[in-house]
Design a protein around this ligand. Sequence first.
Ligand code: FAD
Length: 491
Amino acid sequence: MKPIPVSAFVEQNVRNVCQKPLTTLGFLTFSFSVMGTCLKFRNVPLRCCSIKRTYSFTSAEALPSHAKVVICGGGVQGAALGYYLAQHGWGKDTIILDQGKIGKARAHHMSGLIGIFKPTPAETRITEESIKLYDELARMGFDTGFKQCGSLLLARTRDRLTHFRRMKSHSVCRKIECYLLTNEEIAKRYPYINTQDLQGGLWIPIDAVADPHTICESLATLAAAQGVRMFEHIQVNRVLTSQNKVAAVETDRGTIKCDFFVNCAGFWARSLGKKTQPLVKVPVQAVEHYYLHTKPIKDVDENMPVVRDLDGHVYFRVKDGCILAGGFEPLAKPVFEDGALPLSVEESQLEVDWDHFAPMLEQMVHRVPLMRGAVLDKLCNGPESFSPDCKWVLGETSEVDNYFVATGMKSLGIASAGGVAKHLSEWIVTGKPPYPLNELNVQRFVPLHNNRQFLLERMREVPGVHYQLPYPFSEFRTGRRLRVLSVFPTP
Ligand SMILES: Cc1cc2nc3c(=O)[nH]c(=O)nc-3n(C[C@H](O)[C@H](O)[C@H](O)COP(=O)(O)OP(=O)(O)OC[C@H]3O[C@@H](n4cnc5c(N)ncnc54)[C@H](O)[C@@H]3O)c2cc1C
């Protein structure tokens, strides 16, 4: 089915959205009804619309008894999927349930970086789709902080520079514009970067930043405008099956019969999968992820690109005159080790461990000495879900037909959401993915990958993979010897 162009939005507390408004290039036509009167606005220049928060949620209403698709999770992934299903004409048949508030989960816990180069072509393509979507939202007038400021990757070693040269050659077939820079070029363009120990860099102009929270709200708004219903403060207890096929979803407010279920429950996805009979394995585990905010720094360059010092495991961006910096440490800290997961956003806030963060902070001030004199505003620590091979977890599960998942976003949830939702919606509607997504398919895992002990052990190593040099044939060192031949020597 041809996607329906995006169109209307609903003002806060306004119900009964008219279903047919359409965008025209550069102008927006929208309509909504207040107390039974349908109001229409035509040809409003897009930039004139200040689109703020806006979808009407319906937690006070009774749950429907049936829906074609039930999405569990109203984070950025669930909202994006709702939006794309609506584009396929399934808006009125889709509902999103969240145990907290839609769009409020962890969208605040993000640095908002969107880097297009990913380890595999499928992931790169997905990120490309996300950038296209966020660009479209910006052109429609949604204030999402989307800015294509580009990114600069730094190499401290010759091996890293060789890898950048490989990326440069891959960029030709992947059609990604990028340029190798010498140290002198980096120093000239970005004088605040310490280039003393560098070998060079790679400049990628298409890379972007955005505000994850408003992206999530914008997508929820557009989804609601096309009929998707959203219910807050409703917990999905389990998925009921019949002959190994999704039959219904049991919540704390009643049961909803449905044809498809999508588990977009972030780091809760594994525990939700375990509650289904037969058990659905979703091997993800939450890990601590840190970033800091400085207070505004005088004369900071607002157009500074995202800087990724991969060998120092840290990244930087500028936001509202402040520096925001985070990292992917080589030895990470899994959280919720006893399996007890928080039930609210507040409970998901993690205590900061300065001893753990200190090595990253050291690398930050080394690379951007300007930070030495900056005043710290706050250090954030949020849980983020990773899979055992540091790849997203998507698709239909092998255990239950019509049970889909989209999780394990490995701190790239905003970069992935648009593209993942586009492909997953097509997969749900047509029965197959738009192109082979084998390396991301949830079916790549076997039951032992879902073992908590294995996940905890493996997760210490996984986040570091992001910035690790991908040498050929490299293997994980943790979580080994799970299956060995009987003749395997024991220590
Ligand atoms: C510090 C930090 C920095 C980050 N920086 C970036 C970045 O720069 N770029 C980037 O792309 N990503 C970044 N991320 C990652 C990003 O925040 C996540 O990947 C993204 O928010 C995941 O979105 P989601 O929708 O998959 O999951 P979530 O946002 O976790 O949403 C899952 C939802 O499911 C609901 N839920 C769970 N179980 C149930 C249930 N049983 N019943 C009902 N509802 C349920 C939850 O309430 C929640 O609202 C960062 C993360 C952290 C922690």
